[in-house]
Design a protein around this ligand. Sequence first.
Ligand code: SAM
Length: 339
Amino acid sequence: MPRPPQEIPMMPDANAAPEAVPAPKPKPRLSEKNQGDLPTGGPSPRQTLSYLRGLMENHGLEPKAKLGQNFLIDLNLIDVVIRAADLSYEDCVLEVGTGTGSLTARLAQEAGAVFTVEIDRDFHRLAQTIIGGKANVVSHLGDALARKNELSTTMLNGWAALAKKYETRQLKLIANLPYAVATPIISNLLLLPDLPIERMVVMVQWEIGERLRAEPGTKDYNALSVLVQSLADVEIVRKVAPTNFFPRPKVDSAIVMIKPNPKKRALVGDVVKFRAFLRDLYTHRRKNLRAALAGWPQEEGRHEKADVDRILKEIGIDGNVRAETLDLEQHLRLSRAFA
Ligand code: SAM
């Protein structure tokens, strides 16, 4: 009788791995030291439309459009976010926008610890009913931004302290971001010098998602595209229709994965200077490079037209094209010569 195909061959296979090879290591979970701190709160509630309506009615709350309070009601999409986040107990997560705390609770089940920040006092209080009992969650009431374009240091310090307490190895931003502050949060986190952020998995407005991954010469390509792509690898995980939120936003959304890339960052060098250069360059988006660089807004960065032409020639970039047609490497060359 022929042998069943799954039977182990009698003769050793020269190419087979030696028997002594250990089984693959399981994904790291909570470090030994913190075993006692396992989450104590209940499981994440199933955030459906009827659940949310009931919850808000019980607490006498209405979603506030100006704070981007559009809550995810598609359980599959929450799973998509969690899968893309690829969490283990070695991760300390930052969530901007606790909302009702449903995503927070899921994150707390999968990660070592979660620092979640919510600006709205009512929702901060409401979320405690869901995440209040979880030992590995710090729930902070406050603005994620200190100013329009600056991250809150209370938030950053709190996140870093939590990571230290739980001895997590890496940081992740996982959030259904309030649309109005998505761009400054993503770009400022990317610029931070010392935090080991492994990835960001964020829900953003579709238009921002398109900008984040836009290619040179397309209508969406701008300073944000160049900055983010020069420091990280960007991928759109999923397009998300308004029907997946309560209340429904007017536009589509995207789940985006941004993975900071240390090799790319090393090529950029001074990231703060690079960002400032891009901002100035793209205030003259419609001008060609010669005109844009000669009409520099800052006194000290201003160049005579002849200088601009000479430098452009030296670095091999055509002054008659617009910045938005240049690829990432050309932007870096330009910044090194002019910033
Ligand atoms: N995480 C919840 C979810 O997935 O259903 C809520 C996400 S909702 C899109 C965004 C949340 O961010 C809201 O609860 C809103 O109040 C909060 N928020 C808005 N601006 C904020 C800011 N500057 N800092 C912190 N939280 C903010």
